[in-house]
Structure formats: C-alpha cells, structure tokens
Design a protein around this ligand. Structure first.
Ligand code: FMN
Length: 202
C-alpha cells in the first residue's frame, strides 16, 4: 500500500511516523524553570546531525492545553539546556517525568532524581543519567504555531564511570545500555547487537 502523507490527518501522520521511524533515541532535557524548580522531560523527536559542529535537533510541540512546554520555555529564556541520555536503569524515571506536572512541581522530586551542576551552562544535569550533554541553543526554527525545532550545539559531555574509555574515547557496550522509544508507552533495549562484515567508511 502507499499513502500520501498530505491526505491523512495530522494524528494519523503522527502514528505513521512514530510507528515506522523506530527506535528513536530520547533526549531527556533538564533545565531550571524561572521559579527555580528543576524540570526534566523526555523528547524522542531527537537525534544528532553533525559532529563539526556537534549539533542535535529536538522537535517540540505544545502541552495538551496548548501552552508552551516548560522545557522550551526554559530553553528560550536562557539559550541553554542539558540533554541527558536514558539507559535501562533510568527508563522508569524518564517515563514518569513525561507527565504534565505544573511548573511549581519538580519532576526530579516526583521521580527521586538528583540534580548535579553543569560546568558550562546554568541548568542542572541528571546525576543518575548514563551520559549528559551540556548544550547551547544554536538556532530555534519556528516551523509552525505548534512545532518548534531546537538546534543545540553540544558543548560538553558527562558520562558515568566506565561509559567512555578515556584513551580511545570508545563507548563501552557493557556499561552503556541505552533504551529507544517505539511508540505510545513502548520502548526497546539495545541488547541484541550484530556485526556485518566488511571495512566500510564511517
Ligand atoms: C518517550 C517520550 C518521548 C517524547 N517525545 C516528545 C517529543 O519529541 N516532543 C514533544 O513535544 N513531546 C514529547 N514527549 C512529551 C513530553 O515529554 C511531555 O509533554 C512533557 O510533559 C513535557 O514537559 P515540560 O512541559 O516540562 O517540558 C515525549 C514523551 C515521552 C514519554
């Protein structure tokens, strides 16, 4: 079968896109709100698109009541944010932190997470995360009234002990077990991996 995406509703397009383009990595964004409350939320319209400069992109839509998501508000206010990466040990906290809490409620407190200071940006990182990137807003693309693309320049990476080999900078498959977003409340692990033969350029 084939479907013209312009001929289906936005909700059906959403189902097609998030059901087919899987698994997606998750940017677990942490920020301070203007009222000093530590905020975090997951975003799976996310990936990295360049290493020189190191850029990530995150797609953000409004909250269910039409208001701007707190993460976006905080990014717009400060031009900075932290992208934390989610592994098996933090999956549940990430999922719970996606609830639409009011701005006075911290997802850190709701999930038992701990804030840790960043080095170059004013926002907190998630101490329990396997890895975190401190980011500076590179560009904000206002695609429509309901869709904004945040381009972030990744400035500094934190990683849990053992995740990055200090000499080779390789990532340990044993110590880093990221999860991926499928759709709705479904996720996958990255446990089953395989090699394909051949010396191909990266
Ligand atoms: C795994 C997962 C991925 C999500 N991805 C996105 C996304 O890419 N864009 C988006 O706008 N919301 C996404 N959400 C919903 C936000 O996490 C949710 O609206 C959250 O309450 C926003 O919090 P905030 O207002 O504190 O920023 C996702 C939720 C989950 C559970």
């Amino acid at each position: 079968m084939h479907l013209k995406l312009a001929d289906v509703s936005a909700h059906e397009r959403y189902k097609l896109l998030i059901g087919l383009v899987i698994p997606r990595p998750i940017a677990w964004i942490s920020t301070w709100s203007a009222n000093g409350v530590a905020n975090c939320a997951p975003f799976s319209f996310f990936n990295v698109f360049s290493e020189d400069p190191p850029l990530c992109v995150i797609g953000i839509n409004p909250r269910s009541d039409g208001a701007m998501k707190h993460s976006l508000k905080n990014i717009r206010r400060t031009g900075e944010f932290v992208v934390n990466l989610v592994d098996e040990t933090t999956a549940n906290a990430m999922h719970v932190s996606s609830k639409e809490f009011p701005e006075t409620v911290s997802e850190f407190e709701q999930t038992g997470l701990t804030t840790a200071p960043a080095v170059l940006v004013q926002h907190p990182r998630i101490a329990e995360a396997a890895a975190s990137f401190e980011c500076r807003l590179y560009q904000l693309l206002e695609i429509s009234g309901t869709r904004q693309l945040v381009l972030g320049e990744m400035l500094l990476v934190h990683a849990r002990e053992g995740v990055i080999d200090p000499q080779s900078k390789r990532i340990s498959e044993e110590h880093y077990r990221p999860i991926g977003r499928l759709f709705a409340d479904r996720y996958c692990t990255t446990r089953q991996r395989f090699n394909l033969p051949g010396d191909l350029p990266a």
